[in-house]
Write a protein that binds this ligand. Sequence first.
Ligand code: UT7
Length: 329
Amino acid sequence: MQNRIHSMLLGTGAAVPQKKLTNQDLEKIVDTNDQWIVERTGIKERHIIDGKTTNSDLAAEAALIALEDANLKPEDIDRIIVATVTGDFNFPSVACLVQDKIGAVNAAGFDVQAACSGFIFGLSIADGLICSGTAKNILVIGSEVLSKITDWKDRSTCVLFGDAAGAAVVGPANGDGRGILATFLKTDGRLADLLNMPGGGTKYPPEVSVKENLNNIKMQGPEVFKAAVTAMGDAAKHILSEADITSEEVDLLIPHQANKRIIDATARRVKLPSEKVYINLQNYGNTSAASIPVALNEARREGLLRAGDVCVLVAFGGGLTWGSAAIRI
Ligand code: UT7
């Protein structure tokens, strides 16, 4: 095992907008109710960004907190990887904007687009860069402002999403057995139509996108639900085998926070009791690429993850994409 460990978590941080939108608030916007949302998803409230703050503002705030936690300065960072589907612009990347905002003058930054699985994709890239000796200290950020691409007239999606950013600093492992034990990534582009935002890219010109209401999230919920249950369960099982650990050795599972029923099904697949599963979606909704780093940061700060504990991350999202990671904290 030991010789497979190349990188470790050095620090984490998160930033969440102040404004909350509760299920009761949503009852005034669309034909929904608190009972339906809680029973079908587990979500009670989500945070929504104000008109002035941008994705890169949130990402930079989370990054600075993670850097402080890692006891590093912005100049110490040599790569910035931002996982997002809601960047400030089509280009430049959020990573370049974050670089400027935090003063990471020695870094090279780029964005990763793997929807809700993006943070694990970024973590896997960071692990590889550190393993190859190409980079030393890497900021991996998941940052989303999904409220900007939510169709507030569509009750089947608008109750689900929220805004947030989470960040982790990853650096070389120190040889004590702690670090990223394994990562696993998968995509299936044949199912791209199940969850997407058709507008905003180059296929549909802006005037068509606006006229045909294509600039927001479209999801075939029940089909995505079924795919998520299968893929997240498979990814969780796969990473235990890849990292050569048993369920009993896992201290905490941090799943993507989309739906409590999906999380419960994933935990059952790897036989983990509920006390070993971190859930905070009641407070944030589905924040896509931000959900895992926000939860990871909270779990660490709540004392649920101590040095030497084994944590498993598992995610699923549009693309379709899914993946997992096992980390000895
Ligand atoms: O993060 C990336 C991955 N995303 C996910 O993992 C999300 C996966 N999907 C889901 O979590 C679930 O499919 C949803 C939460 C989106 C929907 O739950 P569901 O149990 O699959 O409900 P449904 O879409 O089958 O709809 C059931 C009923 C329908 O009414 P009828 O046709 O049975 O009369 C819907 O019109 O619930 C109705 N409905 C609502 N009712 C009240 C749909 N949305 C709402 C709503 N409030 N907000």
